[in-house]
Design a protein around this ligand. Structure first.
Ligand code: FES
Length: 85
């Protein structure tokens, strides 16, 4: 099964705007559901779009200004999609 890649901007602006919380949520979710071999978490330095942040990517999709709680839904959807591929 394909891994789902989650790329978070860990630059100071995105980190302060919500990616710090998003990172914690995702890490907990992965641990709780034993998804270590299904999700690849990657951190980036500033992606150069701070004003649109917090910025992140799940698979091929880029998301800007998304709340942490919504990111988990997007991750679940991406995992379900990866299962059917
Ligand atoms: S800190 Fe994330 S785009 Fe600059």
């Amino acid at each position: 099964m394909e891994k789902v890649t989650v790329e978070l901007c860990m630059g100071s602006s995105c980190f302060a705007r919500g990616n710090a919380q998003t990172l914690t949520l995702i890490e907990h979710y992965i641990a709780e559901h034993n998804l270590e071999d299904r999700v690849e978490l990657i951190g980036h330095l500033c992606l150069g779009a701070c004003s649109k942040g917090p910025n992140l990517k799940i698979g091929e999709n880029t998301y800007c200004g998304i709340q942490s709680e919504c990111v988990l839904d997007l991750l679940v959807q991406a995992l379900q999609k990866a299962e059917t591929q």
